[in-house]
Design a protein around this ligand. Structure first.
Ligand SMILES: C[S@@+](CC[C@H](N)C(=O)[O-])C[C@H]1O[C@@H](n2cnc3c(N)ncnc32)[C@H](O)[C@@H]1O
Length: 314
């Protein structure tokens, strides 16, 4: 198979590039589009010598080399319960028109898009239908699939819809099916053995947490605390990682010397829960907050790898 030329948009840390690497697919990223300064830093550190075309709305397709695969995890805040929820009323909710514009002109063989489950539901259903029909109108056969990270090897409840569009000559019998696997490792297995002391909450902060959320922190093994739903998860699954300002997730460890122990999730743990092996990604000296933001917005690279395997299977 010849080297696949990729254009990675809304690139973040490069979830598509990492997924292709995981799937062992011979590829070359011919360019990426990412307008956040810190995302550009971490992308470039991990995938050097690739041109950033920055703001997608400003790209003139005449300036783009040809490519075979277009990828884009377009902004999810407009369709997310944790975000604005304003859909196309939020300017970020209209960015898929840019995807359509670029793919209409460049006609890559394959397109892979990702967004939150919310885009398929309730008031956003019409936008979702529009995305599918626009891709069909510009010459693609479209498949989509809702996938939850916890069903593919990573103990995180992360539901994302993956939209795969391919030129119409592809076999019509093809089905977007990726085998589910039973989890072998759970939340506690993804935690560091000696987390940094700065992650731990003070006693008065823990008291306040109990007072506000009425949670029982008396656990026997490390668990995920879901602050939003006011409960400790005992099923070994982590809630959806989001940007850190949502403040919805903590780790509860078994009490020590009669005192409850609660801490934040480390940056390394965030990335493990996004499908990364330790040292697979260079953190490019970004701050804790920036790293957690990137992880909360990123692609689960384990799931992405499995999807690329499916797309490029013989
Ligand atoms: C949901 S995140 C995608 C993350 C990525 N898939 C990854 O694996 O890390 C959306 C990204 O799109 C970027 N973005 C938003 N609007 C953009 C625009 N107009 N042009 C380029 N990038 C944009 C954001 O900075 C953010 O990093």
């Amino acid at each position: 198979m010849k080297k696949i030329r990729v254009f990675e948009t809304f690139a973040g840390y490069g979830g598509a590039s990492f997924g292709l690497k995981k799937a062992g697919i011979d590829h070359k990223v011919i360019g990426f589009s990412e307008f956040d300064k810190y995302a550009d830093i971490i992308f470039t550190k991990n995938h050097p010598n690739i041109k950033n075309y920055w703001d997608i709305t400003k790209i003139d397709t005449k300036d783009l080399p040809d490519f075979d695969l277009f990828t884009g995890g377009f902004p999810c805040q407009p369709f997310s319960t944790a975000g604005s929820g304003l859909g196309e009323m939020d300017i970020r909710g209209t960015l898929f028109y840019e995807i359509i514009r670029i793919c209409k002109d460049k006609q890559p063989q394959n397109i892979l898009l990702e967004n939150v489950k919310g885009i398929m539901m309730g008031k956003h259903k019409e936008t979702f239908r529009k995305i599918i029909s626009s891709l069909e109108e510009i010459g693609y056969q479209v498949h989509y699939k809702l996938m939850n990270s916890k069903e593919y090897g990573i103990p995180q409840n992360r539901e994302r819809v993956w939209i795969y569009a391919t030129k119409k000559e592809r076999d019509l019998m093809w089905k977007f099916e990726v085998p589910k696997i039973k989890l072998k490792k759970y939340f506690k297995d993804f935690l560091e053995t000696t987390p940094d002391q700065s992650l731990y909450l003070r006693e008065d902060q823990i008291d306040r947490l109990i007072e506000l959320h009425k949670v029982d922190l008396n656990v026997k093994e490390p668990c995920c605390l879901d602050i939003y739903n006011k409960k400790v998860r005992t099923d070994g699954i982590c809630i959806t990682l989001t940007e850190p300002h949502h403040n919805s997730l903590r780790v509860v460890e078994p009490p020590k010397k009669g005192k409850f122990v609660v801490r934040k999730l480390s940056a390394l743990e965030h990335f493990r829960l996004m499908g990364f092996k330790d040292n697979e990604i260079d953190f490019a000296e970004l701050s804790y907050a920036q790293l957690c933001k990137r992880a909360g917005n990123g692609w689960d690279v384990n799931v992405a790898g499995k999807i690329f395997n499916k797309i490029y299977e013989k």
